[in-house]
Design a protein around this ligand. Structure first.
Ligand SMILES: [Zn+2]
Length: 146
């Protein structure tokens, strides 16, 4: 990490702590050269970019995938374990397309997985997906990851 004061390359970490959710780490660093201190934040990121129909880009949000799939299953029984493994296999497929993925690819991937797993969920997701697929703006939460 380059020192923001003198641009020296070498710094040492004097303090390191996680935030309350445990999803980011704050590090207090000291520059070896100028001895000034600064802070860095480390946060995990999926690092997959979604290219939306509008051309806008945003970081892939796994929570939106969860809510979309959960919506598809409606009130049907779906154990936490099954949901997790379904999301994982959908995500692996999406990731296989590279570091930038078009929203249509995500929608189609979800559909193909649901089709294998549960016909009702597939139809439910498909009806919402198709209905919104021509609109430029997806306001409904279920279609948000598009
Ligand atoms: Zn420095």
């Amino acid at each position: 990490m380059v020192c923001p004061f003198c641009q020296a390359q070498e710094t040492s970490v004097v303090d390191s702590r996680k935030n309350s959710e445990g999803n980011s780490v704050r590090r207090r660093r000291s520059c070896i050269t100028c001895k000034l201190r600064f802070t860095t934040y480390e946060k995990a990121s999926i690092g997959l970019i979604v290219i939306k129909r509008s051309g806008n880009r945003e970081e892939f949000n796994i929570e939106k995938l969860y809510s979309g799939v959960q919506y598809a299953f409606g009130g049907q029984e779906l154990s936490e374990k099954k949901l997790k493994s379904l999301i994982e296999s959908i995500y692996k497929d999406i990731e296989g397309h590279g570091s930038k993925v078009h929203s249509e690819v995500i929608g189609e991937t979800v559909l193909s997985h649901l089709k294998e797993v549960n016909e009702v969920a597939y139809v439910r997701f498909a009806s919402v997906y198709k209905e919104f697929s021509d609109a430029s703006d997806f306001e409904k939460e279920v279609a948000e990851f598009n």
